[in-house]
Design a protein around this ligand. Structure first.
Ligand SMILES: C[S@@+](CC[C@H](N)C(=O)[O-])C[C@H]1O[C@@H](n2cnc3c(N)ncnc32)[C@H](O)[C@@H]1O
Ligand SMILES: O=c1cc(-c2ccc(O)cc2)oc2c(O)c(O)ccc12
Length: 238
């Protein structure tokens, strides 16, 4: 049986000290600049019981800047849900750009798909409905895919981030970017285990291990940006 959806906070504040500060950022900077299709998708997703999983729009802004700085044409995403980060990527990359988007939950993707279609960017997307690890391994069977992606965004099961990272180090080109969401896992990575709610315990352990392994990884430059629930940005350097 699927676990119960997390309680959706009435006013999420991520890692910031107050709800008011988060509201300030959203209202002064994020919402006024958010493209209309993303607003529409966010509104539609609000009725989903797992709406809290959607990429935060302030983290989305950071991803948009990265995509533009790198000049991304070919991207890969693991963890699509209803498609907020996917649509953001599709709206940002050029018209002949491509995104491979992997998620085992087609139903959630289908919920957001009409908004993606209406925005006129569906032709850039190849949605693969399957578990991510075998899908990444299958991509790697084709040597043409090695080092071919400019950008990867990983926002799926936290216990597999270490495994996704190994695949991304082969799929993303040198100087390419891999971004991982939720790398502070609701702040639990810095809390003693005894204070952590049961539903966050497994993710906490995996995330601590993941953060440690990235810090020691000579193949990348890496920063943890305390945005949303923690966004780790890696640049592949060799
Ligand atoms: C946090 S949500 C993704 C949110 C998305 N980036 C957005 O902006 O809305 C996580 C997604 O990962 C998917 N997922 C979890 N484990 C997976 C796995 N092993 N393989 C493929 N998809 C997985 C879930 O089905 C879910 O849709
Ligand atoms: O509350 C969540 C839960 C997840 C999650 C849990 C288990 C999986 O296999 C995948 C995802 O992801 C979240 C997330 O990415 C987020 O930004 C907020 C909350 C959650």
């Amino acid at each position: 049986m699927a676990p119960a959806p997390p309680q959706k906070p009435t006013e999420p504040k991520g890692l910031l000290q107050t709800h008011e500060l988060y509201k300030y950022i959203l209202e002064t900077n994020v919402y006024p600049r958010e493209p209309e299709p993303l607003k529409e998708l966010r509104a539609l997703t609000a009725s989903h019981p797992w709406a809290v999983m959607s990429t935060a729009p302030d983290a989305g802004q950071m991803i948009e800047i990265l995509l533009k700085l790198v000049g991304v044409k070919k991207a890969i995403e693991v963890g699509v849900f209803t498609g907020y980060s996917l649509l953001l990527t599709a709206l940002t990359i050029p018209d002949d750009g491509k995104i491979v988007a992997i998620d085992m939950d087609r139903q959630a993707y289908e919920m957001g798909r009409p908004v993606i279609q209406k925005a006129g960017v569906e032709h850039k997307i190849e949605f693969i409905e399957t578990a991510a690890l075998p899908a990444l391994d299958k991509l790697l069977e084709n040597p043409d895919n090695e080092g071919s992606f400019d950008f990867a965004f990983v926002d799926a099961d936290k216990v597999n981030y270490i495994n996704y990272h190994e695949r991304m180090m082969k799929l993303v080109k040198v100087n390419g970017i891999v971004a991982y969401d939720n790398t502070l896992w609701f702040g639990s990575v810095a809390q003693p285990e005894s204070l952590v709610l049961d539903e966050f315990k497994e993710g906490r352990v995996s995330t601590i291990e993941f953060n440690k392994s990235l810090a020691a990884d000579p193949r990348i430059e890496v920063t943890i940006v305390p945005l949303g629930d923690g966004l780790t940005i890696c640049r592949r350097i060799n």
